[in-house]
Design a binder for this molecule. Structure first.
Ligand SMILES: [Zn+2]
Length: 219
């Protein structure tokens, strides 16, 4: 109906991987124990109710009406309620400051789909194409190891001094590897290193040409 309802729907639109259907409308209470990680899935009439309450100054785009129906709805999704049901009433004393994590805490809600997608891939013995270095280390420890090796190979400290420049530009060891099989690609990379990163011609050439020697030297 109104622009307001449209805006509210846009704010609430949720595609959390836990939802069986895409495009759910979820309210994610920020206060503990929700911490913005819990989807309180809303029905169409809830959204209308919320929008009406905004017009009546009883709610905002970010906070639903402060009314009993909404408290009840929120309580249904409350992480501590689930824990109490699961573990019985016998909670030990204290203020339970850790209950956000002890309760229905689900890391996948915190990190979105990343955890569930990345972990299995790594589990299925799918070794990194570059020995000893997982992809997230290509521009970091991998690059550093290669430059250290170059420094020793040519007794030239300047190789290690290139680390920051290369790492910042994300020129990781995968880049050197990717051009190792083609002379044209190697030449292109040498040009790039020279002109874009202002690396001395001879060093650029050696960095590109020596990669396989280093790679095969890794046990
Ligand atoms: Zn959701």
């Amino acid at each position: 109906m109104t622009v307001l309802t449209k805006q509210l729907r846009e704010n609430l639109l949720c595609n959390h991987p836990s939802h069986k259907q895409p495009n759910q409308y979820c309210w994610k209470p920020k206060k503990p124990p929700f911490g913005g990680n819990t989807c309180v899935t809303l029905a169409a009439h809830d959204i209308v109710d919320w929008a009406d309450a905004i017009i009546a100054n009883a709610a905002t785009l970010h906070a639903p009406p402060d009314r009993e129906e909404w408290w009840a709805l929120e309580a249904k999704y409350r992480p501590t309620e689930r824990r109490a049901n699961a573990k019985g009433a016998g909670q030990s004393g204290g203020l339970a400051p850790n209950y956000i994590f002890a309760g229905g805490f689900d890391p996948s809600q915190l990190f979105g789909a990343q955890v569930s997608r990345a972990e299995p891939e790594r589990g299925i013995s799918n070794p990194s194409p570059i020995r000893h270095f997982p992809p997230e280390e290509y521009n970091l420890t991998g690059l550093h190891a290669y430059l250290s090796w170059m420094k020793n190979e040519f007794v030239e400290d300047e190789y290690l001094e290139l680390y920051q420049r290369l790492s910042q530009e994300k020129i990781g060891i995968d880049i050197f590897k990717s051009v190792s099989g083609s002379k044209d690609a190697r030449n292109d990379l040498v040009q790039e290193l020279k002109h874009d990163l202002k690396i001395k011609a001879g060093m650029a050439r050696r960095l590109v040409d020596k990669f396989l020697d280093w790679h095969s030297s890794l046990a």
